[in-house]
Design a protein. Structure first.
Lengths: 400, 201
C-alpha cells in the first residue's frame, strides 16, 4: 500500500479548520493587545471588541449579553456547571442548598461531564444515569419518572459527538421546568449546527465552544439563564462580572464572535448540503461494502455525522490505513483510545464490543465536497477489503 | 522523530504485512494457535509448518482482528520465527518483538504479546498433534489470590494493561481484596512482569 498526496479532512466533530473570514478578523484583532479590564484607551478598545462578540453570540442563541460567560473550552463550561453542586458556599441560591442533592445525566455524555459527575459522586452527591436506546436517544418519559424531590440538576447533551444523535431537548427542558429542577445541556456539537433558541427552549445552562464551528481553540461559552444559581469555578479577578476570573482570551473571543456571525449566515444551507452528502456517503457504503451497520439515530442526528461499524474489521487499523490515503476520520475502537475500552457511547447503545471496535466516525464540514465523498467511498471499500482479508474473525465473533 | 504514530518499522509492516494467511483452504498447517478474545478487541491465529526431521519452522502464517501494532508485531514475528528451531521460536518474547520494531508505546505492548503467545500455542499444538506430549510447554496458571481464585496469568494481563501499583492490580483483578495474604506474592509478580514486558532494553 502506498501513501497518497490527497488530503481529505473528515473529523469535524473533533475540531474544524478556522473559517478564512475568521482568520482575517483574528489577524486584524492581533493589534488589540490591551487588557479589557484596563480603563485606558488600549483597554477600552479590547473591551469594545469582546463585548461586541458577546452580543453576537447572545443574539445567535436568543440570550441577552449578560447571560453569556466566556470560558476556556466546552469542557470548562461543563465543569463550571457541575461544580455548582460541590461549591461549599452554594452562593447562588436555594436550589442547591437541599440536603444531598441529586443530579441526573446520561451514559452517553462527553467524558468532561461523566468524569466530573464521578468526581461529585466521591463528594457524596448522588448521580443517576439515564440509559439510551439503540439509536442513542433518551426517553423523556423515563427521565420524568427518575426526577425526584432531591433532583436539582438534569444534564443531557443536545447532540452526541460520536453518533450525532440529537435529543428532544425541548421536551426535556419542559419536564425540568415542570419538576422544578435546573436543566443544563452540553451543546458543543449543536450550537452553530442546528438552530437553538433559549427563548423557545428553557435551558438554564448551555455549554458550547468556538473550535467546533470554524472558530479558534481555547475559547468556549456558558449561557447562564438570568436568575439561575451560579458560583465561579475559577476564582480571582472580576472578569466576566466576577463569574470567571482570568484575563479574557480577547483574540479567541473576537474569533469566536466572528465564527458565530458566519454561522448565522451559513448554517442552514450548510446543514442541507451536508445532509445530501451524508445520503451520498451512506448509499456509497451500502452499495460497495457488505456487513455494515450505521450507528446513531436515522433521522434525529447531525447532518454531517456518519458513524458506521464494519463487521470483522478493527477501527484503529481502518483509521490508520485511511490516514495513509490522506483521509482523516475517528474511531470508537479501544485500540485508538489509550485505554482498553471501546466507545462508552456505542456500548451504552447496547452494541456488542466487537461492533464498537470496528466503528468509524466520519464527520463532514463546510469544505467537504461530493468529490471527497466519492474518494472516501472508493478508499474505504479498498481498506475494508484489506483489513478483512487479514482478519481472524467475522463480525459475529466466530472464526472464519 | 517520525511524524507517524509509531516507528517507521511499524509503519512499514503495517503498510505491507508479511505472511498473512490469505488462502486458508489450501494451507495445510502442522500446528495452529488461537489467542485473544474478541470481547477485548483482539484475536490472533498463528499457523505453522514444521520440518519434522530438523525441528525447524518452515512457514509461519497468521491472521488477526487487531490494531496497527498487532498487525505489525505479528508480521515481524512471522519473519523472525521462520527458519528457527521450535525451541528458539518458542523463546521469542514480546520484548524481542518490540525491540525489532524499534519500540512500541507502553499502552501498545499488550497488542504485541498476542502474536508470540499464539505462536507458542501453535508449537504446542504441533507437539500435541504428533503425540510429543512431553514437549508441550504450555504454562499452567497458578492461583495467587486463594480467596478469589485470581491467577498469575490474570496478574500478568493486568500489568500488560497498564497496572503499575498494588492498588492498580487490586482494581483490575480484585486480587488481595478479601484477606490480603497474597500481597507479598502479588508485589513480587508485579515487579517481575513489569521487568519482563516494560523494562527498556
Amino acid at each position: 500500500m502506498k501513501s497518497a498526496k490527497r488530503k481529505v479532512y473528515l473529523d469535524h466533530n473533533a475540531t474544524t479548520p478556522l473559517h478564512p473570514e475568521v482568520q482575517k478578523t483574528m489577524r486584524l484583532a492581533m493589534k488589540n493587545f490591551g487588557n479589557p479590564s484596563s480603563l485606558h484607551a488600549f483597554g477600552r478598545a479590547a473591551r469594545t471588541k469582546v463585548e461586541g462578540a458577546r452580543e453576537t453570540i447572545a443574539e445567535f442563541i436568543g440570550a441577552s449579553p449578560e447571560e453569556i460567560v466566556f470560558v476556556g473550552s466546552g469542557s470548562e463550561a461543563n465543569n463550571t456547571v457541575f461544580n455548582l453542586l460541590s461549591c461549599a458556599s452554594r452562593c447562588g441560591g436555594t436550589a442547591f442548598c437541599k440536603v444531598t442533592p441529586e443530579i441526573i445525566t446520561t451514559r452517553i455524555e462527553h467524558p468532561c461531564v461523566l468524569e466530573t459527575a464521578a468526581c461529585l459522586e466521591e463528594k457524596g452527591i448522588i448521580v443517576k444515569y439515564l440509559d439510551v436506546d439503540k439509536d442513542g436517544k433518551v426517553d423523556p418519559g423515563k427521565l420524568e419518572s427518575m426526577i425526584g424531590e432531591k433532583t436539582v440538576l438534569v444534564s443531557v447533551m443536545t447532540a452526541n459527538n460520536e453518533i450525532g444523535t440529537i435529543q428532544d431537548v425541548a421536551a426535556i427542558a419542559a419536564i425540568c421546568r415542570r419538576k422544578n429542577c435546573l436543566f443544563h445541556s452540553d451543546a458543543v456539537q449543536a450550537v452553530g449546527k442546528i438552530p437553538l433558541d433559549v427563548r423557545r427552549i428553557p435551558f438554564d445552562y448551555l455549554s458550547f465552544s468556538a473550535h467546533k464551528i470554524y472558530g479558534p481553540k481555547g475559547v468556549g461559552a456558558l449561557y447562564v439563564r438570568k436568575g439561575a444559581p451560579f458560583c465561579s469555578f475559577i476564582h480571582g479577578g472580576h472578569q466576566e462580572k466576577g463569574r470567571r476570573a482570568g484575563t479574557e482570551n480577547t483574540l479567541g473571543i473576537i474569533g469566536f464572535g466572528r465564527a458565530v456571525e458566519l454561522r448565522a449566515i451559513e448554517m442552514a444551507d450548510e446543514a442541507r448540503r451536508l445532509l445530501g452528502l451524508k445520503e451520498r456517503l451512506k448509499a456509497g457504503i451500502v452499495k460497495n461494502i457488505p456487513d455494515i451497520i450505521f450507528n446513531g439515530h436515522p433521522t434525529d442526528a447531525l447532518s454531517g455525522t456518519v458513524n458506521v461499524s464494519f463487521g470483522g474489521a478493527e477501527g484503529e487499523a481502518i483509521l490508520l490505513y485511511l490516514d495513509l490515503q490522506g483521509i482523516a476520520v475517528s474511531t470508537g475502537s479501544a485500540c485508538a483510545s489509550g485505554s482498553l475500552d471501546p466507545s462508552h457511547v456505542l456500548i451504552a447503545c447496547g452494541m456488542p464490543a466487537p461492533q464498537a471496535h470496528g466503528s468509524i466516525r466520519i464527520s463532514m464540514g463546510r469544505d467537504t465536497t461530493k468529490d471527497d465523498i466519492d474518494y472516501v467511498v472508493r478508499q474505504l471499500t479498498e481498506v475494508i477489503r484489506r483489513v478483512r482479508s487479514i482478519s481472524a474473525v467475522t463480525n459475529t465473533g466466530v472464526e472464519k | 522523530m517520525s511524524d507517524w504514530l509509531y516507528s517507521d518499522k511499524v509503519k512499514g509492516h503495517f503498510m505491507s504485512p508479511k505472511n498473512i494467511l490469505l488462502d486458508e483452504k489450501s494451507f495445510k498447517e502442522d500446528g495452529k494457535g488461537v489467542i485473544g478474545n474478541i470481547k477485548c478487541g483482539d484475536e490472533m491465529i498463528v499457523y505453522i509448518k514444521v520440518d519434522r526431521k530438523k525441528g525447524v519452522l518452515t512457514d509461519v502464517k497468521w491472521k488477526t482482528f487487531g490494531c496497527a501494532s498487532a498487525i505489525a508485531s505479528t508480521s515481524i514475528l512471522s519473519e523472525m520465527a521462520k527458519g528457527k528451531t521450535l525451541d528458539a521460536a518458542y523463546n521469542i518474547t514480546s520484548k524481542d518483538i518490540a525491540r525489532e520494531l524499534g519500540g512500541l508505546p507502553d499502552h501498545k505492548i499488550h497488542c504485541s504479546v498476542l502474536g508470540d503467545k499464539a505462536l507458542r500455542a501453535a508449537i504446542d499444538d504441533y507437539y500435541t498433534r504428533n503425540g510429543m506430549f512431553d514437549k508441550v510447554r504450555k504454562e499452567q496458571a497458578h492461583v495467587i489470590c486463594q480467596c478469589l481464585g485470581i491467577t498469575d496469568h490474570e496478574i500478568e494481563d493486568a500489568v500488560l494493561e497498564g497496572a503499575r501499583t498494588y492498588l492498580d492490580i487490586q482494581e483490575k483483578t480484585k486480587a488481595g481484596t478479601v484477606c490480603g495474604k497474597c500481597k507479598e506474592k502479588t508485589l513480587k509478580l508485579l515487579e517481575e512482569y513489569t521487568e519482563k514486558h516494560f523494562k527498556k532494553v
